[in-house]
Design a protein around this ligand. Sequence first.
Ligand SMILES: NC(=O)c1ccc[n+]([C@@H]2O[C@H](COP(=O)([O-])OP(=O)(O)OC[C@H]3O[C@@H](n4cnc5c(N)ncnc54)[C@H](O)[C@@H]3O)[C@@H](O)[C@H]2O)c1
Length: 341
Amino acid sequence: MTKNNKIKIFITGGAGFIGTNFILYMMKKYPDYQIINFDSLTYAGNLNNLKSIENNPKYKFIKGDICNPGEVKPAMTGCDWIVHFAAESHVDRSIMDPDTFVKTNILGTNVLLRVAKELEIKRFHHISTDEVFGELGNEGKFTEKTPYDPRSPYSASKAAADHLVRVYFHTFGLPITISNCSNNYGPYQFPEKFIPLFASNLIENQKVPLYGEGLNIRDWIHVDDHSSALDLILHKGKIGETYCVGGDAEKTNLEITNLILKYFKKGDEMIEKVADRAGHDFRYAIDFSKIKKELGWSPKVNFEKGLAETLKWYQDNQDWWKKIKSGEYKKYYEEQYKNRS
Ligand SMILES: NC(=O)c1ccc[n+]([C@@H]2O[C@H](COP(=O)([O-])OP(=O)(O)OC[C@H]3O[C@@H](n4cnc5c(N)ncnc54)[C@H](O)[C@@H]3O)[C@@H](O)[C@H]2O)c1
């Protein structure tokens, strides 16, 4: 491996929400590391996110598809670590078009694993989600030992990818780690997702589409806390292990909606209750005691403070999301919500 201060990281999906934030976090904290951002720039990939570092000699963007080994192999050659974010990530889209999710999230992950094995990569870190565990009732939390029970095409494709990653460890000895994280929030999140969608709608004085009665519960983590967990797993995590990463902030969708309405000084009349998502899991919650005990990690960002800072970012960066909302996303959004009441 290259010397520790010269580590070269191959990041997939770095032009998306979490990948962007992770690259910015790592380049600030480890200015000597080299970063390759490998991304095919789907509707969710946005190089404007990374304008501030595009001329940094330690950073390189390569446009490529994780499903194409001919593009992956030359780009991955010479890298020490893989951090694999690239995925189709929106549950609603997976319900409308499962095939794309199977292709990118399962077959794409398999291509990366195969090439990583061939190149004898020193670490393959796979970014997964708490959604692979299915849903919880009012009690209990997910741990690394919770059996998988995915319930949407998105979570099923992520679950299959997790299994493949473990298979490459057990069968081929590829040095892997996996993290299963809860819902992230922060800057640069595509405005089809809950928090940026509601923030941008309210800034434009449009109603916000709340699923059902808004009683579904998610654990929320600030994207910088996710990045700090990944940083620790990469540097100190044990090969072959999985780490559950959570924000210690369980909230109903309605609670979050009310916080967003309050921030923008809007009333309940801006809520438009829409038909619930098919198979909408009731509750996710994460027990992150393993990463806390073994690596000394815990989330640092208080949810209310982190949410207010995030909403301010969407308020201050309207050009960023307005460009997205007026483009391809607009067609998708109109299609998706046209039959909802
Ligand atoms: N957003 C969350 O709350 C959350 C929570 C837990 C886990 N995750 C996982 O984290 C990862 C990143 O999520 P996100 O919210 O940043 O997603 P995102 O949709 O914002 O970004 C995905 C990125 O992957 C790229 N991509 C998609 N298909 C590709 C392909 N075939 N080849 C190369 N690049 C491709 C896209 O262009 C985009 O830049 C995903 O694996 C997701 O499952 C997300």
